[in-house]
Write a protein that binds this ligand. Structure first.
Ligand code: NAD
Ligand code: MG
Length: 384
């Protein structure tokens, strides 16, 4: 029986994780759950799963939850409590599914304490890069990708990396793949979040519409698989059936296919190296009318180019790219800036923020804060 702590339990990945876990009660126990402020959803989860700990980031939400949660559940609050459940001696596996840099500290806490870290929070790797990889190696933590593309590559590499030539990350292209360029400045947050294939949280949905999600995934793949940027390609595949490809130097290409449902990747991260049922239906290729593949249009998807540039520059630049993106996406969701302003704010933030080498978690956090401030002031300036 493995004790599971789910960080970001009320989100899209958190709920899918609980769904997979519920199918295998003999293997997994819900040990701890965390969320930001949605205590009502957390109340339901506590009633159903009765975890030992429930952590709310928000203080008032923790207060509200304390009044209604089952008495067996210990309700805690704040980042330190989050780090405690991630590194708790009774936690075996941690699902790192908080969105954005808010997940950094708890992901590191899990990695530093030798857990199996099921990594959905790609932002941690974009920010922390080799620091997170080294922390995992030093503590003996297993870093298992949950992002569907990286899970696909991880699965394809189970036979070994000998002869690996390059990898290709597939991208659906999001809701604006064919929208006329002249109309992109008028698209709304609602349209941006209406992803054609995947049902996800708002932030990653907007990232999928700009293709910044794929850009972050290129950086994630660089650190996870230790590949140079020239060995990581992106191909648009609107049907989201092929989840990524690995090219070998004998001409062979391996790939993992499946319906677009995150439970496959989540289930594999839980059961690795074995497999188990996940609730995902079997793929029937005879029901797929066609599978298409196109090169990304770098004029339409400027964020993808910015992410490749940030990776080439290295040091603090990927962290700055991520911080500026988080700030710009939030401003877009709050209708403070337009869709096309997202890449402009990121580009300007990178040009303005001093580059530093990030050798400690504290320096990563400092750069994140500085970059956010700069991005926020650029957004303010654009309004004055
Ligand atoms: P979501 O918005 O649906 O859920 C986010 C979760 O994080 C919620 O439980 C929320 O309470 C919690 N959270 C938010 N801010 C917090 C804070 N400041 N402190 C503590 N907790 C906080 O997001 P999601 O779609 O589930 O994505 C989660 C992560 O997984 C992201 O990093 C995303 O890139 C990655 N991911 C998601 C998908 C997907 O299909 N949804 C696929 C691949 C990767
Ligand atoms: Mg992905």
């Amino acid at each position: 029986m493995k004790n599971i702590s789910i960080l970001g339990a009320t989100g899209s990945i958190g709920i899918s994780t609980l769904d997979v876990i519920s199918r295998h009660p003999e293997k997994y126990n819900v040990f701890a759950l965390s969320a930001n402020s949605n205590w009502k959803k957390m109340e339901q989860l506590c009633a159903k799963y009765v975890p030992k700990f429930a952590v709310m980031a928000n203080e008032e939400a923790a207060e509200s939850l304390r009044k209604v949660a089952p008495t067996e559940v210990i309700v805690l609050q704040g980042e330190e409590a989050l780090n405690d459940i991630a590194s708790h001696q009774n936690t075996d596996f941690v699902m790192a599914a908080i969105v954005g840099s808010a997940g950094l500290s708890s992901t590191f806490a899990a990695a530093n304490s030798g857990k199996r870290v099921m990594l959905a929070n790609k932002e941690s790797l974009v920010l922390g890069g080799n620091l997170l990889i080294n922390a995992s190696t030093d503590s003996g933590a297993e870093l298992i990708p949950v992002d569907s593309e990286h899970s696909a590559i991880f699965q394809c590499l189970q036979g070994g990396e000998d002869g690996l030539n390059k990898i290709q990350l597939t991208a659906s292209g999001g809701p604006f793949l064919t929208t006329p360029l002249a109309e992109l400045d008028k698209v709304t947050p609602k349209q941006a979040c209406n992803h054609p294939k995947w049902k996800m949280g708002q932030k990653i949905s907007v990232d999928s519409a700009t293709l910044m999600n794929k850009g972050l995934e290129v950086i994630e793949a660089h650190f996870l698989f230790q590949l140079s940027p020239s060995k990581i390609e992106v191909v648009i595949h609107p049907q989201s059936i092929i989840h990524s490809l690995v090219y070998f130097n004998d001409g062979s290409v391996l790939s993992q296919l499946g319906l677009p449902d995150m439970r496959s990747a989540i289930s594999y991260a839980l059961s690795y190296p074995s497999r188990q049922t996940s609730g995902v239906e079997a793929l029937d290729l005879t029901k797929q009318s066609s599978l298409e593949f196109l090169l990304p249009d770098m004029d339409r998807f400027k964020c993808l180019g910015l992410a490749y540039d940030a990776l080439e520059q290295g040091r603090s630049v990927p962290g700055t790219l991520n911080a500026a993106n988080e700030v710009a996406v939030e401003a877009f969701l709050n209708k403070k800036i337009g869709f096309l302003d997202i890449s402009k704010i990121i580009e300007k933030t990178i040009a303005t923020t001093p580059i530093s080498s990030l050798d400690t978690l504290a320096s990563v956090v400092e750069n994140d804060h500085l970059s956010r401030k700069i991005a926020q002031s650029l957004i303010k300036q654009s309004h004055s």
